[in-house]
Design a protein around this ligand. Sequence first.
Ligand code: HEC
Ligand code: HEC
Length: 274
Amino acid sequence: MEQATLRSWPMVTDSVKKRPFPPSRPSRRAPVALLLAPVVVALAMSFSAAPRPAVAQPAPGAGIEREAELTYLADCASCHGDEGEGTPRGPALAGVGDASTHYYLSTGRMPIETPDTKVRRRDPAYSPELIEALVEHVDRFGSGGPDVPHVSPEHADVALGGKLYRAQCASCHTTAGAGGALLRQDAPSVYHATPTETATAVRAGPGTMPAFGEAALSDEELNDVVAYVDYLASPQDRGGEPLWHLGPLIEGLVAWVFGLGALVLLALWIGKPT
Ligand code: HEC
Ligand code: HEC
């Protein structure tokens, strides 16, 4: 194919050169061409990236709703059922509540590949907009469970949040919030959770974590706890800035190892026979 074009190319140019230019005379086709030109231009524009007429566009928001519906059918329905009714591969989602769906999607815990895949924090599989739309979609299967709480950590009592955290959460997540994978319950570290993720975890009670209803933690107290968790995650508080904020214990260890090491090297250097 390519060779053919290469070989025929000189012939084409030759014939173009040899052919005498037709004598110019007024063509009867010219007025028709002039009339057709705008039509051709308009057609070309409609095939280009120019915006389509508004009529063909679905109403704003409908696109993402449809995308959520299709995503649910493709990525979730095989385990949770077309209408969230549940299957032997996954629990029912009808009535699970927006907080739970939001938590599982925004912390990347869902979707999983097989029903036995370990449910753990990962990068979210979807954009925040699609997550919102998926939460809405699952919500249509049935209501009942807790909603996504509105939190504003900047207007919170962090000290009170700390008290509540130590009383209600530290037994599993440890006082520092580092998580207790080796201690009990396989509770993850709380450092990576956004304020909304922490709030949805507390209200939804994912996995073996208990759900804390408003009787256990009022909305205001929840806000305080969320602010404290946020504060735990921002490391200035525990010191040790250059050491990944691991705190005084590690800092001491590093001082010993490097400090003593340096002293030993110095002693060796001084004692070296010259
Ligand atoms: C391969 C099967 C599978 C797929 C695919 C899957 N899930 Fe799940 N899902 C599970 C299982 C199993 C659990 C229970 C996990 C647990 O509790 O540790 C679960 C739990 C959940 C929960 C918590 C339910 C509750 O009772 O609190 C939500 C919400 C959820 N999934 C949403 C989704 C969404 C949305 C999708 C699609 C984006 C999805 N899942 C894809 C198997 C699946
Ligand atoms: C009985 C132990 C237990 C208690 C008490 C508990 N949690 Fe949890 N928490 C867990 C477990 C287990 C998970 C992981 C659940 C899952 O998704 O499978 C978790 C998940 C979380 C996460 C999500 C972390 C992430 O990055 O994905 C946050 C945030 C959290 N808990 C905060 C809290 C707060 C705040 C409290 C107190 C109000 C609390 N937890 C009380 C066991 C506990």
